[in-house]
Design a protein around this ligand. Structure first.
Ligand code: ZN
Length: 492
């Protein structure tokens, strides 16, 4: 790729065991560790998109997320509220997006969010109230909001490490402040009494290597070895895990329960398909906007997802050292990921307000707060709020089919007959159940979709009713074969 050769490179000092072909540890500066930390802030949909460009698209690295992403991309735009809703899922925005652009190497190629206002806003008061992220929004005066206006970036600090030091990184991505004692401990733990069997290697790390490392985060127990010595992130076969959430471990009933009709194979309790409405699809699709660190955290942190956990814990410890107090952070999503129901512990941000200084000569950029107490003659301080975002991402009143591996299809463009005939199984072996998705089910589903390719089965099987299949309540009213057979019998 010509583009990647222009990107900056870092040097990384590796200590390797040539005989065993493995990285024992790495020593890196702040810039590299910042990039490593920034991988955790990428929305899951961005990770899928980057990995598919980088890897063989057939290799699904992140559980069912590739199918989820492809479902959005394959689905006709008519099934979304707006084209913008579809774009926001294919190119998810994170609440921390502006940090990436300050990094020495930013692998997230998502464009900055754009702001548009009405072109008449300087002259007309009614036109300087609302901003939009798409230029097709209509202003109250009838014009489209086509005037793109620059916006001041947040100066917040977030994940970036402020401390100018160097770091030690183990092969399984535990990151800590460099010290001789630490290096000795790592060597000791790995059974090395000295440096006699080890070699130092100084390598260049660029865009391609960071992408390989991103894939290895999910698939490997030794990402540095796999990235820099084996140069592949799928070198080990992963075994698919079966996550089980104890129903008691996550308390509480969702305020807005989502319901799902699932079709279960009686013989092995596999969930073959689910039928659902737009609420559930909104919920599933917002998985793509959740940043990696929160995807890991929300799915209850003992989930074994490659080395993501090690890196998340390290970043927390490092920022703890920086701030000297524990930070309780919640998963925040920008206001436009306002689905119809969100049983996970996710906070939807309020849409921000902006100020703008307008005079007959022109205008300033949008800013959260303009520090100007006295306005010059003819200057106006305009306040802009966002045009109200639509509730929900996909169209209302729509039925969808979701497969076990999270391929989502609108009912109107899929054939239940062909799905059923493709299964080639005895209809008597399929049972129908209705399940409500509260916090526990949602958490289990997120976890299963991250680490397995059977999200519905692994995520929901522990919540299915254990009833004798014959006694299971039938969720679908049966089509009456002949009306009132009982009455006919009574007449005899
Ligand atoms: Zn206008």
């Amino acid at each position: 790729m010509a583009k990647s050769s222009e990107k900056p490179k870092f040097s990384l000092r590796l200590l390797i065991d040539e005989e065993k072909n493995r990285v024992v540890l790495a020593e890196a500066g702040k810039d590299f560790v910042d990039v490593l930390c920034s991988l955790l802030t990428l929305p899951m949909g961005t990770i899928v998109r980057l990995l598919e460009k980088h890897q063989n698209p057939q290799s699904a690295i992140v559980g069912c997320f590739h199918n989820l992403y492809k479902s959005v991309s394959d689905m006709d735009v008519d099934n979304f509220q707006t084209q913008a809703c579809k774009n926001l899922l294919l190119h998810p925005r994170s609440a921390k997006a502006s940090h990436g652009r300050k990094l020495k190497l930013n692998i997230d190629d998502t464009e900055a969010t754009k702001f548009f206002v009405c072109p008449n806003f300087v002259s007309t008061e009614a036109c300087r109230k609302l901003y939009s992220h798409v230029s097709t929004t209509k202003c109250c005066c009838g014009s489209s909001m086509t005037h793109e206006i620059p916006v001041e970036e947040d100066q917040a600090d977030g994940v970036l490490l402020s401390c100018r030091t160097s770091f030690v990184i183990t092969d399984d991505l535990k990151v800590a402040l460099n010290s001789m004692g630490l290096v000795m401990n790592v060597l000791n733990d790995l059974g090395y009494s000295g440096f006699d069997k080890l070699q130092e290697m100084l390598i260049d790390v660029g865009f391609e290597e960071i992408l390989t490392l991103l894939g290895c985060l999910f698939t490997s127990e030794a990402p540095l070895t796999d990235t820099f010595l084996r140069k592949h992130c799928m070198s080990r076969k992963r075994k698919m895990l079966t996550p089980l959430v104890q129903e008691s471990s996550v308390a509480g009933v969702a305020e807005t329960p989502l319901t799902l009709k699932v079709y279960v194979r009686k013989s092995d309790r596999a969930v073959l398909y689910a039928e659902c409405r737009e609420e559930f699809v909104d919920f599933l699709f917002t998985f793509l906007a959740i940043p990696l660190e929160f995807a890991w955290e929300l799915s209850i942190d003992n989930v074994k997802m490659g080395c993501v956990g090690n890196l998340c814990r390290s970043v927390k410890d490092l920022s703890f050292e920086k701030q000297k107090e524990a930070t309780v952070s919640k998963c925040m999503l920008p206001y436009y990921y306002n689905g119809r129901a969100q049983p996970l512990d996710v906070v939807i941000q309020e849409s921000p307000e902006y100020e703008c200084l307008v005079s007959r000569y022109g205008h300033s950029m949008l800013s959260k707060k303009i520090n100007k107490t006295v306005l010059s003659n003819g200057e106006i301080l305009a306040k802009f709020t966002s045009v109200s975002a639509s509730i929900g991402l996909v169209k209302e009143e729509t039925n969808f089919i979701v497969s076990d591996d999270l391929v989502v299809t609108p009912m109107n463009s899929s054939s239940t007959i062909s799905l059923l005939s493709k299964l080639q199984m005895n209809i008597g072996d399929i049972e129908e159940q209705v399940i409500s998705i509260g916090k526990a089910e949602a958490t289990s589903l997120l976890r299963a979709s991250l680490i397995t390719t059977s999200a519905l089965t692994n995520g929901l099987s522990s919540f299915l009713s254990k009833m004798d299949p014959d006694e299971a309540t039938q969720a679908t009213p049966k089509i009456q074969k002949s009306d009132k057979p009982n009455e006919a019998w009574q007449l005899l």
